[in-house]
Design a protein around this ligand. Structure first.
Ligand code: ADP
Ligand code: MG
Length: 672
């Protein structure tokens, strides 16, 4: 890596390099050598007179040979230099000793020097050495010796001074040596520290190298990453370009959308205005609609009244497989004045008077019985055609008019088929009850749009031998036929209720179908010689309809009663009266009584008699609110197409004709 940062080791090295000169550098103190270097010069200077004297001493030295003396001067400097040798640089020693040695060499007596005269200095002639004094010249010799002594004294003094100086220098040098020693120790300490630092530096360097390796490794990884990132960046840039293009496209679209939005907003504003206008109009239309609805109800009722508050429809069932085909002309359905396009209202039955024919021996004459009703349904008429005719009547129940529909006729004439439907429960054979309820639910939903809310509560009872039983009983009471009583709902109330009977709220066809299924299971199935017990009882399905228009505070309520009457056939007087027949006789009497009471009630209502004998039978008592002034009544007279049933058919048709002649007073809607 770039050594921008100076590593600690290098710093240490720098320090070491910086310190080295300190060690090597000459001491600031004047080294003894320098002095000694200069020493010889000085000594030269100091010895200069000695040299000069030495020349004079040559003779003396020769004399001294005979009196040898210890060379005190030569030994002392050597001793000095030896004692100071460890502290004084050696360099100075030899030079000093050399110098002194030289001096001492020169002090050796020269045997060639001639003796001089006593008392005078040996003469020098032409550079020749002074002559040696003769042995007799003691005075001269004494004189020479004195001079020499003097000279020696002077020299001793000088040497003492020099010695002193040298000792001073030695002390100074020792001082310097001590200082240098201390400095040396300091430097050694420093060196040790520096070495420690260097070691530490080395360690750090090692660490740093390891770190460098690690970092290099990381760098490699990072570089790999960088390359990957660069690749990624390239990819992202491409993506970004794509996104930018898309963004541009979106922005273009947004702009277009904004333009469209502003257009739409303007449109919305105008639509809102229009909606406000429409809302105002709607309120007005609602008002109008309500007025029209009330008018419709009024007109509908008028129409029903014109059709008659008591209507009688005759339905002839088809000949069933296995039944004998009736002779042609037995049953006829003559057309009305409008021809075959008119709705059939007429029925003719031709009956041969067999008794008269037998007596005269001629073919029995036939008597034609003509009947006219509000509507006649020939054998081929479907359930839907039948319901079509009564749909408007059923709707009257929603408008608040009690409606009661009976099925009258002998056993096997098709009453149950008309009211409940045929076997198998297929849609085309569905009877009036499921169709009427489906129609009511659908119309109630439509009226819901006008602010009406409707609720429906169903009950289904059976009246057998003047006892009432609930056909919707469940649980332990199921099929047991525990007796029920018809009571007023409350004191002073005109509403009737059947005690112990279930009143089940219904809101859809499935619920109604479940109830009809339950009723079928519950219906008594005690067989008689003629038919099962169900044919010997009246089945009364009642639907309490309640409507409310909360916005206008309007309420209406009316019952819709759909009654499958017991077989109207009379007991054959030719039958033997066994124990079972007695029971059946009682049944028949009860049925006949209740049916005739029904006829009487209708007559009394028609004749506007003050007393209407509702209480004479359980049936009329239960149905009293569905009959009378404000009620609309429809009676189906069901006819068997078989010739063998002609007598019962004529009875039924006669009863129905009587009812058909009745007109019950103007119906009043039960409005509150
Ligand atoms: P009731 O209830 O008067 O005793 P049912 O309704 O039980 O008579 O009818 C007797 C038989 O005739 C049944 O098998 C029924 O399916 C059949 N039936 C009655 N009316 C029709 C009709 N309009 N079309 C076809 N079959 C009918
Ligand atoms: Mg029946």
């Amino acid at each position: 890596m770039e050594p921008q940062q100076r590593s600690p080791l290098l710093e240490v090295r720098g320090n070491v390099e910086l310190k080295r000169p300190l060690v090597k550098a000459p001491s600031r103190l004047p080294l003894p050598g320098t002095r000694f270097k200069r020493g010889p010069d000085r000594m030269e200077d100091a010895l200069e007179p000695e040299k000069k004297r030495t020349r004079g001493l040559d003779t003396v030295t020769k004399i001294a040979t005979s009196h040898p003396r210890p060379p005190a001067l030569t030994v002392r400097p050597q001793t000095q230099s030896q004692t100071t040798a460890p502290k004084v640089p050696k360099k100075t020693g030899p030079r000093c000793s050399t110098t002194i040695g030289t001096v001492l060499k020169k002090q050796k007596p020269d045997p060639a020097v001639p003796a001089q005269k006593p008392g005078a200095a040996p003469p020098t002639l032409g550079g020749k050495k002074p002559t040696k004094r003769p042995a007799w010249d003691l005075k001269g010799q004494l004189c020479d010796l004195n001079a020499e002594l003097k000279c020696c004294r002077e020299r001793t003094q000088t040497l003492n001074q020099e010695n002193q100086q040298l000792q001073d220098q030695l002390k100074e040098a020792q001082q310097q040596a001590r200082v240098l020693g201390a400095e040396c120790r300091t430097l050694e300490g420093e060196l040790a520290r520096v070495q420690a630092q260097a070691e530490q530096g080395q360690q750090e360097l090692g660490n740093l190298r390891a770190r460098v390796l690690e970092l290099e490794e990381q760098l490699g990884t990072q570089q790999g990453l960088v390359q990957e990132l660069q690749k990624e960046q390239v990819g992202l840039q491409e993506e970004r370009r794509g996104l930018a293009a898309r963004l541009e496209e979106q922005e273009r679209r947004l702009q277009a959308s904004e333009v469209a939005l502003s257009g739409s907003q303007a449109e919305v504003a105008s639509l809102r205005q229009e909606a406000a206008t429409q809302a105002t109009l709607l309120v007005a239309q609602g008002e109008r609609l309500h007025g029209l609805e009330m008018e419709r109800r009024r007109l509908h009722n008028q129409l029903q009244e014109l059709k008659g508050n008591i209507r009688v429809f005759c339905r002839v069932r088809p000949v069933l497989p296995g039944e004998p085909t009736p002779s042609p002309g037995f049953l006829l359905f003559p057309s009305g004045p409008g021809g075959s396009s008119d709705t059939p209202t007429r029925l003719s039955i031709s009956r041969s008077d067999e008794r008269r024919g037998t007596l005269s021996g001629t073919p029995a004459p036939t008597t034609r019985h003509d009947f006219s009703f509000d509507r006649v349904f020939p054998p081929g008429s479907g359930q839907d055609q039948v319901f079509e005719e009564i749909a408007m009547l059923v709707q009257s129940a929603l408008d608040g008019y009690p409606v009661c529909i009976f099925a009258y006729g002998q056993t096997g004439s098709g009453k149950t088929f008309t009211m409940e439907g045929g076997p198998g429960g297929e849609p085309q054979v569905e009877g009036l009850i499921p169709r009427a309820l489906r129609h009511l639910f659908s119309v109630a939903q439509e009226l819901g749009g006008q602010g009406w809310t409707y609720s429906f509560v169903a009950s289904y009872v059976e009246i057998y031998n003047e006892t009432v039983r609930d056909l919707l009983a469940t649980g332990t009471r199921k099929g047991q036929g525990s007796e029920c009583e018809i009571r007023r709902a409350g004191p002073g109330s005109e509403e009737l209720t059947v005690t112990n009977a279930r009143y089940v709220p219904v809101s859809c066809e499935k619920e109604v179908e479940a109830l009809l299924q339950l009723a079928r299971q519950n219906r008594a199935v005690a067989r008689t010689s003629q038919n099962e017990r169900s044919s010997r009882s009246h089945s009364v399905f009642q639907l309490q309809i309640s409507g409310e228009h909360a916005g206008r505070g309007l309420q209406c309520a009316a019952p819709l009663s759909l009654v499958d009457l017991a077989g109207s056939e009379r007991l054959d007087p030719g039958l033997a009266l066994g124990p079972g027949e007695r029971e059946r006789l009682r049944e028949t009497q009860a049925i006949n009584s209740s049916l005739s009471t029904l006829g009487l009630v209708i007559m009394a209502l028609s004749n506007k008699e003050s007393h209407v004998p509702y209480r004479n039978s359980k049936l009329t008592y239960l149905l009293q609110n569905s009959l009378g002034g404000s009620a609309k009544m429809l009676m189906f007279v069901n006819i068997s197409p078989l010739e063998e049933n002609v007598s019962e058919s004529l009875n039924s048709l006669r009863f129905a004709s009587k009812v058909n002649q009745c007109v019950i007073g103007t119906a009043q809607a039960n409005r509150k």
